[in-house]
Design a binder for this molecule. Structure first.
Ligand SMILES: Nc1ncnc2c1ncn2[C@@H]1O[C@H](COP(=O)(O)OP(=O)(O)O)[C@@H](O)[C@H]1O
Ligand SMILES: [Mg+2]
Length: 239
């Protein structure tokens, strides 16, 4: 199976080369666990490799994303300027469309449903990040949500995209972790106290990755000014 680099060397190694090409991988975790930064690694690496990339964001503006990326030593600006990287902020566009100021805008009027996201994806997009798909998941029934996820997965694959769907922990839990069933792979980010050392640590686990041999061990990682740094799993650090 073809793989597309995650932009994180150690993660590529764990995933037999990267995210499965032309499939959907889900990333979940609490606020601040590093989800958006995983997205930035993926997009930056694939911009470098000449792929057409797109970020559909609900919480951050393109400027926010460019700034965060630059702080991690990943300058996305040239790719954004050249059009190789396209960024859409859905909340902003919607608020302009319905003629309201940003301050008067209510998220409840965001009536885009998950399969409609596909219409936003530009022709020829090879790598896609949707951050945060949880925004669309909260106002539909469980049955409908399952159908919508299946439809999105089907459509993304048909388009030939390799997609990273980012979902916040609360939407993930409220929707009974349904998203996990339709996607090809899933990565969970955790922040936990290491009571031995008396400090908080970041962990990554890969509960699901079809066609990929994966160790169930959690991996410790750090976020630094150079981005995500995954420690080689020895497994012992939670002991
Ligand atoms: N240069 C940095 N050094 C250390 N930590 C950083 C750096 N940049 C960001 N972080 C950490 O990354 C976290 C945010 O990651 P982010 O991907 O935005 O989280 P999420 O999208 O899951 O809410 C912040 O809580 C911050 O602590
Ligand atoms: Mg985020």
């Amino acid at each position: 199976m073809e793989r597309i680099s995650t932009g994180i060397e150690e993660l590529d190694r764990k995933l037999s080369g990267g995210y499965p090409a032309n499939k959907v991988t889900l990333i979940t975790g609490i606020a601040g666990s590093g989800k958006t930064i995983f997205g930035i690694h993926f997009i930056y690496k694939n911009c470098l490799e000449g792929r057409k990339c797109m970020i559909i964001a609900t919480e951050e503006t393109p400027e926010d994303i460019l700034y965060q990326a630059s702080l991690l030593g990943r300058d996305l600006t040239p790719y954004y300027k050249s059009g190789q990287l396209i960024m859409e902020n859905i909340l902003e566009n919607r608020s302009e469309m319905i003629g309201q100021t940003r301050y008067g805008f209510k998220p409840e009027s965001l009536d885009i449903e998950i399969p409609n996201l596909i219409e936003l994806i530009h022709e020829g997009t090879e790598c896609l990040v949707v951050d945060n798909i949880g925004t669309f998941a909260l106002r539909v029934s469980t049955k409908k949500l399952r159908d919508q996820f299946d439809a999105l997965n089907y459509l993304v694959r048909k388009r030939g995209c390799t997609a990273l769907l980012i979902m916040d922990e609360s939407a993930y839990n409220i929707t009974h972790q349904l998203a996990e069933y339709s996607v090809y792979g899933s990565i969970r980010l955790l922040v936990r106290e290491n009571s031995y050392l008396g400090k908080m640590e970041r962990y990554l686990s890969i509960p699901k990755m079809r066609s990929t041999p994966i160790s169930p061990e959690m991996s410790l990682f750090e976020i630094t000014s150079e981005g995500i740094n995954i420690r080689e799993s020895g497994g012992g650090s939670l002991a």
